[in-house]
Design a protein around this ligand. Structure first.
Ligand code: NDP
Length: 262
């Protein structure tokens, strides 16, 4: 099935979009073992050997703003206003990325910190693909009406999981940001799910995007959830190892990311 769209974008079929999403998932699966061995050099692992550097806050802005802008563009161009689930999915994405692009970088207390430009560019690429695939599907491929899906268990479960994940992510990101209140170095985080895991903010982010995939029930949303898992589980394992090496009395029963499991 081919859809007519604004001349600014290439018209592609649903099957092509699904194939692109499947390739994108395959790349994530292939990269997972690589990421388990290589820790991207930002945050506590920043290294100048990864090439020229850019201010950390600016880098977060440049990485996240494409996702916000691309989804907004699709939202503007869709004619699918009858499908309430599509509208809700657009709004969830817009809220998340408004925070990530415009609020999160301002809140960070990493004034003099830098990030390699290569990391920033890979983040830009990653966000463009995810927003492109998801925006295209929501704007032009979702069914014309949500019917009675708004009352369906799938939607209710999906949105509940999304909101829970978002809250977990925000709450624990806030704890971490506050640890730098006096511009000091790293500390052992406490409170909330830090009792059980080293990276509850990552856990929340993963839960959130699996919730989104349940709401949307399509391959682009699933691919983004898988990518989030593939990015954040290895990073959580690295953080966990780093905490254990740096702090002698780091709580021994704390797991890396999934309480009582990993
Ligand atoms: P981190 O948890 O590594 O860091 C978050 C902030 O808290 C940083 O400013 C960090 O400083 C600071 N911080 C972390 N731990 C401590 C500590 N023990 N003491 C003092 N300060 C600390 O998260 P990321 O920067 O990797 O990610 C930020 C957000 O982006 C998260 O919500 C994450 O879920 C999301 N994200 C999503 C991805 C996806 O694929 N969807 C991929 C990557 C991130 P510093 O930077 O100096 O270490």
């Amino acid at each position: 099935m081919t859809h007519y769209i604004d001349p600014l974008i290439i018209t592609i079929s649903e099957s092509t979009l699904n194939h692109i999403a499947l390739v994108w998932i395959a790349i994530a699966v292939i990269l997972f073992p690589v990421l388990l061995k290589t820790t991207p050099a930002y945050g506590r692992y920043t290294k100048t050997s990864w090439g020229p550097m850019i201010n950390n806050k600016l880098s977060w802005f440049f990485m996240e703003v494409p996702s916000f802008a691309i989804i907004l563009w699709f939202f503007w161009n869709t004619t699918n206003y009858e499908n309430k689930i599509v509208i809700i999915a657009f709004l969830l994405w817009i809220i998340h990325y408004f925070n990530r692009a415009f609020i999160f970088p301002v809140r960070l207390r990493t004034k003099s910190k830098k990030m390699p430009i290569t990391i920033m560019l890979s983040g830009v690429f990653f966000n463009m693909i995810n927003a492109g695939l998801n925006g295209y599907w929501l704007a032009f491929m979702a069914p014309g009406s949500s019917g009675d899906l708004l009352d369906s268990p799938r939607f209710i479960i999906g949105i509940t999981i999304f909101i829970a994940g978002f809250a977990i992510n925000q709450f624990h990101d806030t704890i971490l940001i506050h640890l730098r209140r006096f511009n000091t170095g790293y500390k052992v985080p406490v409170g909330g799910l830090f009792k059980h895991v080293s990276c509850p903010n990552y856990l929340g982010e993963i839960i959130q995007w699996f919730g989104f995939a349940i709401i949307c029930w399509n391959l682009p949303a699933l691919s983004f959830a898988i990518w989030t898992f593939v990015n954040l589980v290895p990073r959580a394992l690295s953080h966990h190892k780093w905490y254990n090496e740096k702090f002698e009395h780091y709580p021994k029963d704390r797991k890396a990311i999934f309480p009582f499991i990993l």
